[in-house]
Design a protein around this ligand. Structure first.
Ligand code: LMR
Length: 327
């Protein structure tokens, strides 16, 4: 009789805790460093919307934009500690975890954004999604922003014009080498520090896609922007492997389907958002300098030696696979 009572008590606790939702929905905290009205910001919000619609009661997504919860300095550790479950850092921020992703930073490697998209569909790119699994980082997808432009306190027409200036860089050795090739200096800064550093003159220049320039108002503290299109800013949507694989299979499959859909939307819309922001910047009176094909070729020649310097770390096969997507 006693064991029967105990079983009943256990059952009632089970039911009441289910009714009270003690198990609750799975909470996914998605932290990022840019504004909501950017390719990544919109992607995060679309993921939240679709996940909460299709997995109502089972999944809840909290989006923290603009480095509100974690910034560049601490977001990776927060993911590893499962304090946050999703991030989409730029591929330039994974140096401590894998060297192979550096391929995406090689200047002038891809002809345009379409070439990058083609590369991301190839086997070599797919493998790179797994390149940080040893660290407990699970790569879910590539999200793209746009081609980077050089902004500065001076007009940069020729590569020599950048000599001596100090540029803000993401924490990437390839990007540092790219500016060293111009005899320029670099300072590694978190994204949230860029506006102030440009405003107070800590650095005189930066490289960003139009969407990040416009949403952070960087053009208000940088009188010149050279439309160099010299590289691309891409992200990897990542999660904590242990957390992800702990999600019940059916829910995880649904989430992965949603991620595919959101990835397509982000990558289809990124160019239009960057075009829109370019127009806004032009309308604001900031001087946008375009390069003639000959001028662009000179920038390319100056920066091109960076490829060889990183070939051993990245792998010649990966660089070849990337080049093969140019038409
Ligand atoms: C940067 O630090 O410049 C970018 O990675 C910011 C971002 O996430 O777009």
């Amino acid at each position: 009789l006693r064991s029967c009572a105990a079983a009943l008590a256990a059952l009632s606790i089970l039911f009441s805790s289910t009714a009270l939702g003690a198990d609750g929905p799975i909470v996914i905290k998605f932290s990022h460093v840019v504004a909501d009205d950017t390719p990544k910001g919109k992607g995060a919000l679309l993921f939240k919307k679709l996940a909460e619609e299709r997995l109502a009661g089972q999944v809840q997504v909290e989006v923290y934009s603009n480095s509100k919860l974690y910034g560049d300095a601490d977001e990776m550790q927060a993911l590893l500690d499962n304090k946050v479950q999703m991030l989409a850092p730029s591929l330039s921020k994974f140096d401590p975890y894998t060297k192979q992703l550096q391929v995406f930073d090689l200047p002038f490697l891809f002809d345009d954004a379409e070439a990058v998209k083609r590369f991301q569909k190839r086997e070599a790119s797919n493998k790179l999604l797994n390149s940080m699994s040893g660290h407990g980082i699970y790569g879910l997808a590539y999200w793209n922003n746009g081609l980077k432009q050089l902004s500065a306190t001076h007009a940069l027409h020729q590569p020599e014009d950048a000599a001596g200036l100090s540029f803000r860089v993401q924490p990437s050795k390839v990007l540092e080498s790219q500016f060293e090739a111009l005899n320029a200096k670099t300072v590694r800064l978190s994204f949230s520090e860029v506006f102030k550093a440009l405003q107070d003159g800590t650095v005189q220049g930066a490289e960003n896609p139009w969407s990040n320039i416009a949403s952070q108002k960087l053009h208000t503290v940088q009188p010149y922007i050279t439309e160099s299109n010299h590289g691309m800013l891409n992200y990897m949507l990542i999660t904590n492997s242990k957390f992800w694989l702990g999600i019940p299979f059916a829910v995880r499959s649904e989430l992965e389907g949603i991620i595919q859909e959101v990835t397509q939307a982000v990558n289809n819309e990124a160019e239009a958002l960057n075009r829109r922001d370019r127009e806004r910047i032009l309308a604001s009176g900031t001087q946008v300098l375009s390069l003639t094909p000959e001028e662009r070729q000179r920038w390319r020649e100056k920066m091109r030696p960076v490829w060889e310097a990183y070939e051993a770390e990245i792998g010649a096969d990966v660089i070849r696979a990337a080049q093969a997507v140019n038409r």
